[in-house]
Design a protein around this ligand. Structure first.
Ligand SMILES: [Zn+2]
Length: 107
């Protein structure tokens, strides 16, 4: 329990969501992105998508924002893992407590 709490405190900046990489085609005639032989699409563009309190959002990330956001997304994932672990421990503890009471009551 103390280990979980310490790890939670050490998480640092975090953000829910996932980052996707996209390549686009533009509307400009004769652009390299529409080359019939070897089209080179524009990009990559990075998008962060997440759902929070039932509401979905998508944001474009500037190239310099991608790495910091990857770290925040990883921290958020870690947070969820730690919280799940904590809750699982608490449920198990509660169950063990009841077992003990039941045995004590039965005597
Ligand atoms: Zn283009």
């Amino acid at each position: 329990m103390a280990r979980l709490q310490r790890q939670l405190l050490e998480l640092g900046p975090l953000h829910p969501g996932s980052i996707t990489e996209q390549y686009n085609v533009c509307g400009q005639p004769g652009c390299r992105c529409k080359d019939p032989k070897k089209p080179q699409k524009h990009g990559p563009y990075y998008q962060l998508s997440f759902t929070w309190q039932g509401k979905g959002s998508t944001r474009f990330l500037r190239p310099e924002q991608v790495e910091p956001m990857r770290r925040k997304v990883a921290s958020y994932k870690r947070l969820r893992e730690l919280v799940n672990e904590w809750v699982a421990l608490e449920i198990e503890r509660e169950r063990a407590e009841r077992e003990k009471e039941k045995r004590a009551g039965g005597n």
